[in-house]
Design a protein around this ligand. Structure first.
Ligand SMILES: [Zn+2]
Length: 293
């Protein structure tokens, strides 16, 4: 065949397609865009001929802009790493904030419950006492707290509806915000195995818990706004904080450990088998094969 084929088509009647897209000549790196697509008569394979050096480049199996793909991959990889770090920090902030928020709100509510129980226990004479009426803390309050009625009220206020409803609602809200972060971190750590995923994701929660607990120890009595809230803080804060710390630790660790399985299940549910190669890493990074059913 002749080398002038690309510039002088032998059959002008047949429509000639030109190459589109970013392909470079393998020989001289000259862009091949706009070159006429030829078909080799012997083999039937498609190729384009470089306008600079005349080298023929097969269109089949020709690496398309590989350097750009590799660059894009490294950009995606570093973006993913930075996003994962940001997600870890955010997870610490969210869980720490909601741990402290849920337990202090529960104590506030329990404090109100205690003060109501105290007031209802007073006889007419005590209710008329201006000092008790004005809300100043007196020996009467301490005597009542130490009495069987006061001890009962302390037990009842701990797990009463008044305290548990705000505790559960704030914890649920924090869980809803932490869930996508834990899922993302778990998926980003797909290669690490379930135990490491759980440990890495739980790390910021542990740090957040340390901050929250040290804050409570450092601030001590200064956080409470009223004497009844103070009583509630003294009796309940550690318990509620322990409960929310345990919950967030367990939730984040379990979510991160299960995240790749959850993502793979969702991908399998919504993607037909031939489209799953886009997210094949969801299975391959865990040493599994992409399901074909
Ligand atoms: Zn060339």
């Amino acid at each position: 065949m002749n080398t002038e084929q690309s510039t002088t088509p032998p059959n002008a009647a047949a429509p000639r397609e030109t190459l589109q897209g970013d392909r470079l000549c393998m020989q001289c790196l000259h862009p091949l865009v706009g070159r006429t697509i030829e078909r080799d008569a012997g083999t039937g394979l498609l190729y384009v001929r470089c306008g600079e050096c005349g080298t023929a480049s097969a269109l089949f199996e020709y690496p398309t802009a590989t350097p750009w793909l590799n660059r894009a991959k490294s950009v995606i990889a570093s973006t993913l790493a930075i996003t994962a770090i940001v997600a870890l920090l955010a997870l610490g902030g969210v869980t720490g904030g909601f741990m402290g928020g849920a337990s202090s709100e529960a104590c506030d509510a329990a404090g109100v419950e205690l003060s109501l129980a105290f007031r209802s226990s007073l006889d007419e004479q005590a209710k008329a006492d201006p000092q008790i009426q004005s809300g100043y803390w007196t020996a009467t309050h301490d005597q009542w707290l130490a009495s069987p009625a006061g001890q009962d009220a302390l037990v009842n206020a701990r797990f009463g509806v008044t305290a548990l409803v705000p505790f559960a609602l704030i914890t649920a809200l924090g869980t809803a915000i932490a869930a996508p972060l834990a899922l993302f971190i778990g998926i980003a750590l797909t290669r690490q195995g379930p135990l490491r995923r759980a440990v890495y994701a739980a790390l910021p929660v542990v740090l957040a818990a340390i901050v929250v607990w040290s804050m409570y120890y450092a601030l001590g009595s200064r956080v409470a706004m009223s004497s009844w809230t103070q009583v509630a803080f003294d009796h309940y804060l550690a318990g509620f904080t322990a409960l929310s710390t345990a919950w967030f630790l367990a939730f984040v660790a379990a979510t991160a450990a299960l995240a790749p399985s959850i993502a793979a299940f969702i991908a399998r549910t919504i993607l037909p088998p031939r489209d799953r190669r886009l997210v094949a890493w969801l299975w391959e990074w865990r040493g599994k094969t992409v399901p074909r059913d």
